[in-house]
Structures are given as structure tokens and as C-alpha cells.
Design a protein around this ligand. Structure first.
Ligand SMILES: O=C(O)COP(=O)(O)O
Ligand SMILES: [Mg+2]
Length: 227
């Protein structure tokens, strides 16, 4: 029997229900009982993973905004500038488009570095405008993210591992999309759920047969018993 490995977990597509939106409640107990650090690394704004950790009753070790915001449990790092993505959002709106989240836009309200755009909005003009500002657009399958090219989830988990003092070579990552590729690169062992996009599938060490949280739960079973 080996010790539990540190976990690097994505949210959307990875901790979610196979048949609907939202977190699969079966993940809460195994995560709370996990005997090693659990890092939540997401493209969502900072309050979302913090709330997830809070209500799961696990320490807040968080990479948010695809690496734009990192919380080691002691210090918060904001690793990219918010001005350029905001300027892209303004220019996109000025060109007659919308971010697609409604008037109050809780998706972007607390974002500190990137801007997220609803995938029902046109991608090409967004890419063009982002490029004019030197930014990239990544498609996670859940949103388009307008971001600085530098930060990524992998750098964020490295910062947390350094601070906590665990070895990423021992860590196990699970994810579903292109924004998880940098996490897969730094993790000792990486798994793509069966619903993963082509980038995540290509980057992962192993491809799971199960989708969403079913995949993650199967990984927890496997790595917990040291298989
Ligand atoms: O915010 C998104 O688009 C996807 O979020 P995730 O990184 O937790 O899957
Ligand atoms: Mg995801």
C-alpha cells in the first residue's frame, strides 16, 4: 500500500456529472478523505474553486483563470494583467458582439486576468481582436477564454507544489481539455477523461474509458490502492 498521491484536478468536464451540468456529489467524500494535497486547477474565476474547496471542506489550493490567479493557501498571485483582455471585450462589444452571459455577467464579474466569452458567440472576430492586443483565445469546450499567452495551469500548480513542498513527479492529474495540457506536462501521471478534447487526449499519459466524474472517481480508486 502506497501513500495517496497529490491530486491536480480540473473542474468542468472532470468533476462534473456525466449526464448534466454541475458537480457530481460523489466526489466530495473521497476528496475530503484524501491523504495528500488536492489542487483545483480551473479556467473559472477565483471564487468558484475557492467555494468548491470551502464546501468540500478541503484546504484552498487553487489555480484559477487558467493560471492567471494562484492561491497557495498562504499567498495569492495574480500573474497577468487585466487591462488587455478588458480592452478586447470592449472592442468585441463595440464591433456589435456580446460576451453572451447577460446583463450582470457573473462569469466575468470576479475575473482578474482573463475574460470568458460564451461559446454561442462568434469566435473568429474574437480571435482577430485578441490577436491585435497580443492575446490568445482558448476553447475549453465550456467557454472561450481571452488570455495572456504566458500563464497556464501548469505554472500555477508548480507554484503551489513548491510552496506546499510536494513533488509534482508524485502527483496525479485529471482533466478534459486544452487548458489541462500544461498540468499534464508537469504531473508525474496524467489522465484524460473519455469526454476529453483531442489536445487533452494527446497530452495525457492515459485515456480513461469513463466520462466526467466517473473517470475521475476511477482514477482515485486506482491511484489510492497504488496500482
Ligand atoms: O472555465 C472553463 O471554460 C472550463 O473550466 P475548467 O478548467 O474547470 O474545466
Ligand atoms: Mg475542464
Amino acid at each position: 500500500m502506497t501513500a495517496d498521491p497529490p491530486l491536480l484536478l480540473d473542474i468542468d468536464g472532470t468533476l462534473t456529472r456525466p449526464d448534466a451540468w454541475g458537480i457530481d456529489p460523489r466526489i466530495f467524500d473521497p476528496l475530503r478523505e484524501w491523504d495528500a494535497p488536492v489542487v483545483v486547477a480551473t479556467g473559472k474565476a477565483f471564487p468558484y474553486p475557492i467555494a468548491l474547496c470551502h464546501f468540500a471542506a478541503i484546504p484552498e489550493l487553487v489555480v484559477a483563470e487558467n493560471g492567471g490567479v494562484v492561491y497557495t493557501g498562504d499567498d495569492i498571485f495574480v500573474t497577468a494583467d487585466r487591462e488587455a483582455p478588458r480592452a478586447v471585450a470592449e472592442a468585441y462589444r463595440a464591433a456589435g458582439y456580446s460576451l453572451g452571459w447577460g446583463e450582470e455577467d457573473t462569469v466575468n464579474r470576479w475575473r482578474e486576468t482573463e475574460i470568458a466569452v460564451n461559446r454561442e458567440q462568434p469566435l473568429e472576430p474574437l480571435r482577430e481582436i485578441a490577436a491585435e492586443f497580443g492575446l490568445e483565445v482558448i476553447d475549453t469546450g465550456y467557454a472561450y477564454h481571452v488570455k495572456d499567452t504566458t500563464p497556464n495551469k501548469g505554472d500555477g500548480v508548480e507554484r503551489i507544489a513548491d510552496h506546499i513542498g510536494f513533488d509534482l513527479a508524485d502527483a496525479v492529474a485529471v482533466g478534459d481539455s486544452i487548458n489541462d495540457v500544461p498540468t499534464f506536462r508537469v504531473a508525474g501521471r496524467s489522465f484524460a477523461v473519455a469526454n476529453a478534447d483531442e489536445d487533452a487526449k494527446a497530452a495525457a499519459d492515459e485515456l480513461l474509458e469513463e466520462i466526467h466524474a466517473d473517470g475521475t472517481l476511477s482514477v482515485l480508486e486506482r491511484v489510492r490502492t497504488g496500482e
